[in-house]
Design a protein around this ligand. Structure first.
Ligand code: SF4
Ligand code: SF4
Length: 188
């Protein structure tokens, strides 16, 4: 486990999910969870993830402050206003502490996708659904996230789409769109 709190597998890196462990063996309780861990061998002399984290969310002892981590924050509804700009073009959280980590150096970095913001604002999520899975691909959630990114990127070309969504039936979508509209109009 690294300072960024992520487990890495040699030859695979840290960008993976453990979905399930299938075993007929038992697990012996050997470790009292103190909430911290000693960073592994790979972290000796390295603090790249700490230096690169945009919100200083990586604490000593391999802990992450979930109140500062953009991955956790981007799941909040609404995203706290003070963190909106830090999300930049990130529609789905943040992977900076993985992308700078040497355990992932042998893999081609994932290209920053160009999200179809106009389509997402209008609730067309099919293109993204297969890439991110059904848990993330919810229409209203993605509409709100797209409105934050559109305002961050000063996408004046999307003003009309956002204005129309201010009349959305869902009150939280309408509120997010009104807020994005205000931010975009401030930049005019
Ligand atoms: S970037 Fe460096 S310090 Fe951070 S987890 Fe990777 S090896 Fe450890
Ligand atoms: S995901 Fe981003 S914000 Fe969260 S700890 Fe890693 S670099 Fe920091």
């Amino acid at each position: 486990m690294g300072r960024n709190s992520l487990i890495a597998i040699p030859g695979i890196g840290s960008a993976f999910h453990v979905q399930a462990i299938v075993t007929n063996g038992g697990f012996e309780y050997t470790h009292k969870d103190t909430g911290t861990h000693k960073p592994g061998e790979r972290c000796k002399g390295c603090k790249k993830c700490i230096e690169a984290c945009p919100t200083s969310a990586i604490l000593e002892g391999g802990r992450i402050d979930p109140n500062k981590c953009l991955r956790a924050i981007s799941e909040k509804d609404p995203v706290p206003y003070e963190y909106e700009a830090l999300l930049g073009s990130r529609l789905l959280g943040c992977d900076v502490c993985q992308s700078v980590c040497p355990v992932n150096c042998c893999f081609d970095p994932l290209p920053e996708p160009e999200y179809p913001l106009k389509a997402l604002l209008n609730g067309e999520i099919t293109e993204l659904k297969y890439a991110i899975g059904p848990n993330y691909a919810r229409v209203n959630k993605l509409k709100k996230k797209a409105s934050v990114v559109a305002a961050n990127l000063d996408r004046q070309d999307l003003l009309e789409d956002i204005r129309q969504q201010c009349e959305a039936d869902d009150a939280s979508v309408a509120a997010a769109m009104k807020h994005a509209l205000e931010r975009l109009e401030e930049h005019k």
